[in-house]
Design a protein around this ligand. Structure first.
Ligand code: HEC
Ligand code: HEC
Length: 367
């Protein structure tokens, strides 16, 4: 119930179910806050572009040049007079730009060709454009310098290295992360080993981890291929089983191979258990993985990509079942070519990134 009582008790005389409305003034802090807010809004209105208005009002705003400018749908504030925009003054809409906007669905456009594109003077958007233009100018300087340097020179120059690494984030995300993962750690796909991608952050390289090789890999791509059964049709199920167990033992350290003078791998450990498997290995597999099973890279061949089978690092998976599948079916993997998709400077920037991910080599290893 609402009642009207007489007003002798500092109340408005309104009462609802025993709750009275009093006439106490608001607290001082609140009143100050209120006036401060009003003052702020008024000053803001006068200084900054603010209130939406009719589009397309022609008026002379710039007191210095007397230039006629377009008000794009809002009041301009005195910032527009004290601060004129150096970069975009006078840029005008062209018919083809308007057509493009219309094609995008902006069918209520009131602009016509020849209208000024950006409001002269200060707006938040113009300020942002100026900042972006400034950053671009600095960036272009760095990019021009990058173009003249080699990847090794960039890595040696801390400032340029930092710049290249910062620039590489988006490039790597757009072009490489889908396969090598966003941090370059690769992707070992246990359910579908054939869809695995190598880790770029370790020092285990297929084709060489110094800048020239990395740059070559990105520019021209790579295609490494291991034929089914290593190309030896005569391998039986039992042979494959023996070979797979041998490969596991090589990584576990249960079997150790040393090259003899004829570049054949001789067992210096595990000879009693793995003599038969090693004979098969030397006959069928050593042509690519080398007699010591350390792979092509560590034996000075940087094109084949036949992996090191002794380090416990697997491209496709190190379980006995997966290794048997690898030997039985073979493996083919393709790193795409980027020479068409990326310019030389971008490839250089990515080379620096891959090199600096953790496993970069200083240069071709000494024999
Ligand atoms: C479609 C998947 C895919 C994309 C995209 C891709 N890669 Fe690769 N990359 C591979 C595969 C697969 C290999 C292994 C090639 C092989 O074994 O033949 C590889 C190998 C490499 C290697 C050689 C590693 C070594 O151990 O020698 C480097 C370096 C590399 N990629 C860098 C990059 C960079 C940088 C990008 C982005 C510009 C990129 N990759 C994009 C699939 C991809
Ligand atoms: C013609 C050269 C060639 C021969 C012969 C060959 N391999 Fe390979 N092997 C490769 C290459 C290249 C790769 C990497 C495949 C890729 O990147 O697509 C590979 C990969 C592997 C892998 C996968 C390792 C991992 O990191 O997941 C295993 C295991 C392997 N080979 C074992 C063998 C065995 C055992 C034999 C002998 C039966 C053999 N290979 C014969 C070239 C060869």
């Amino acid at each position: 119930m609402s009642d009207h009582n007489d007003q002798t008790d500092n109340s408005t005389g309104h009462e609802w179910d025993g709750i009275r409305e009093l006439k106490n003034p608001p607290p001082t802090w609140w009143a100050w806050g209120f006036y401060a807010g009003l003052t702020f809004v008024t000053c803001y209105y006068i200084i900054y572009p603010s209130t939406p208005m009719n589009n397309k009002i022609q008026e002379v705003v710039n007191g210095v040049t007397g230039m006629e400018v377009m008000v794009h749908g809002h009041t301009k504030g005195i910032m527009a007079m004290v601060n004129s925009n150096p970069y975009y003054k006078g840029e005008k809409w062209t018919q083809s730009e308007i057509d493009a906007l219309v094609a995008k669905g902006h069918n209520e456009l009131t602009i016509i060709a020849g209208d000024l594109k950006y409001q002269d003077g200060w707006t938040a958007i113009n300020e942002m454009r100026d900042d972006v233009a400034e950053i671009e100018a600095v960036r272009e300087g760095y990019m021009a310098k990058l173009a003249t340097m080699s990847a090794d020179e960039i890595i040696a120059d801390d400032e340029m290295r930092q710049f290249a690494l910062a620039r590489s984030v988006v490039l790597f995300g757009d072009n490489c992360a889908a396969c090598h993962a966003s941090g370059g750690q690769g992707n070992l796909n246990a359910a579908h080993p054939e869809n695995s991608f190598p880790n770029l952050t370790d020092d285990d390289w297929l084709f060489g981890g110094w800048t020239a090789k990395i740059q070559e890999t990105i520019t021209d791509g790579r295609e490494a291929s291991m034929p089914p059964k290593g190309g030896n049709e005569d391998l039986t199920e039992a042979n494959i089983d023996d070979l797979a167990k041998f490969v596991v033992a090589l990584s576990a350290g249960d079997a150790v191979l040393e090259l003899n003078d004829d570049d054949e791998g001789v067992l210096t450990k595990g000879a009693s258990s793995f003599a038969g498997a090693n004979a098969l290995f030397q006959e069928t597999c050593a042509g690519c993985h080398m007699g010591n099973a350390k792979g092509s890279m560590l034996n000075g061949d940087f094109d084949t990509g036949a992996v090191n089978l002794t380090d416990g690092i697997y491209r496709f998976g190190g379980s006995l079942a997966t290794i048997k599948e690898t030997i039985t079916k073979g493996r083919t993997a393709k790193m795409p070519t980027f020479s068409e998709r990326l310019d030389e400077v971008s490839i250089k920037i990515l080379t620096v990134r891959v090199h600096e991910l953790g496993g970069g080599m200083a240069g071709e290893p000494a024999e």
